[in-house]
Design a protein around this ligand. Structure first.
Ligand code: NDP
Length: 263
């Protein structure tokens, strides 16, 4: 069955980090477009909220499969894929979106702890989930969309751990595109600029402070605003669809021109 940018009827989509922010809105958009969607994160309450929205917009009365899982844990990744295949028997699209941020100088006393946490969450999980899913994606001639950041493409102050993690995802994507192209699997990466989500709050910044930062930085960007989750969801759906069937290994920068601004 073909999938254009707004028709994912019959497609099975697994989206990590879909209890909040970009992943949640992406799950809702896939749902609206007729897909069978697996939503996952660590927080069941947040997942239940997303589940309700998905059910409301589904054109076929579908419910998402909800799996509570921590992608930094090997067993959780395995259970996530097992449950997906157990329920639907196949996988068409893997969206590796779960991610966390961190900041700090190189003489930060917690540097190794932060390094391990960010790499386990932002990189190791993506490598392992691709490893677990590749045979299923080969069967469906499916595709992978990884979520990186503009921070994978240029340096930002005191953000080297996060920048490194996203840069790794960018090159991992290109390498996999080369390896998996002959199997009929496309692999692409979206690089968002700042997007209004709970990303900063998850890192310990207050909601008020985060809103203040978005208000300050948005007007400095060429398009005059920060992103909204739907901006990134639209890019993900495009790359996952047959509209981009000749596209693999690309960085799709969706940032309102933020990458060209001073930081
Ligand atoms: P949010 O903090 O709003 O959402 C992050 C999601 O990731 C949540 O669903 C969270 O679920 C999940 N998550 C985090 N850690 C884990 C974990 N260990 N196991 C499972 N799930 C986890 O952030 P965004 O929506 O903004 O971020 C989504 C992606 O976009 C990230 O990869 C981020 O790096 C990237 N990005 C974001 C930008 C922004 O400005 N917002 C800019 C550029 C890139 P739960 O809490 O339930 O575990």
């Amino acid at each position: 069955m073909s999938s254009n940018v707004r028709n994912f009827n019959g497609k099975v989509v697994l989206i990590t980090g879909s209890s909040d922010g970009i992943g949640a809105v992406t799950a809702v958009e896939f749902f609206r477009s007729g897909a069978y969607v697996v939503i996952t994160g660590r927080n069941l309450d947040k997942l239940s909220e997303v589940e309700k929205v998905c059910e409301k917009v589904s054109p076929n009365g579908l419910k998402p499969l909800v799996v509570v899982a921590d992608v930094s844990q090997v067993e959780d990744c395995e259970r996530l894929v097992d449950k997906t295949i157990g329920k639907y028997g196949k996988l068409d699209i893997l969206v590796n979106n779960a991610g966390i941020g961190t900041r700090g100088p190189i003489d930060d006393p917690d540097i190794l702890e932060k390094y391990e946490k960010i790499m386990d969450t932002n990189v190791r999980s993506v490598v392992y989930l691709c490893h677990l899913c590749v045979k299923h994606l080969e069967n469906t001639k499916g595709n992978i969309v990884n979520i990186s950041s503009v921070t994978g493409l240029r340096p930002f102050r005191e953000s080297f751990l996060y920048c490194m993690s996203k840069s790794a995802i960018d090159l991992f994507t290109k390498c996999l595109a080369v390896d998996l192209g002959p199997k009929g699997i496309r692999v692409n990466v979206v690089n968002p600029g700042p997007v209004r989500t709970n990303f900063m709050v998850a890192r310990g910044i207050s909601r008020e402070k985060a809103d203040e930062i978005y208000q300050q930085i948005g007007p400095n960007y060429p398009l005059g605003r920060v992103g909204e989750p739907i901006d990134i969801a639209n890019a993900i759906l495009f790359l996952a669809s047959n509209e981009s069937s000749f596209v693999t290994g690309i960085n799709f920068v969706s940032d309102g021109g933020a990458i060209f601004s001073a930081h």
